[in-house]
Design a protein around this ligand. Sequence first.
Ligand code: ZN
Length: 174
Amino acid sequence: MAVREILTVPNPTLKKVSKPVAGVDEELRSLMDDMLDSMYAADGIGLAAIQIGEPKRVIVMDLEWGKGERNPRYFVNPVLSDPSDDTLPHEEGCLSIPTYFDEVERPDRIKIDYLDYDGKQQSEIAEGMFAVCIQHEMDHLEGVLFIDHLSRLKRQRAVQKVKKLVKQRELDDE
Ligand code: ZN
């Protein structure tokens, strides 16, 4: 297990479309362990493999993180379907866009099919925070960030903010 660097905007890798994996093996589980470690270390609740530079259709999540107990979840080759007509705005953030938060409107219920950590096929209905998070992470697999749902002005503002932050962190490290 290892904490890996999380890529931030405007890194072009974040725009890549991720590819399905052949199945769940030891190597993939090791990647998922690294993803989870990296996510926890950055105080996040969700992370897609592309955010640590791996263009694979893999997502980790822990919606309980910060509330004490750990409850990690793994989604391999996830597929979304049957989004609800009802949509809800929700404030989102992203480990690849640190310190920037804004509202995105998405369906508040959606079906998800995926392979779990053991490679077993699973199917469930995501609602509330789970629905928000899984749609946000699914976007990453298509090279889409939550700021891509916002106006161009807001998007530019977010990227500038992150660039400044990254520069400051580099200076602090010297
Ligand atoms: Zn994100």
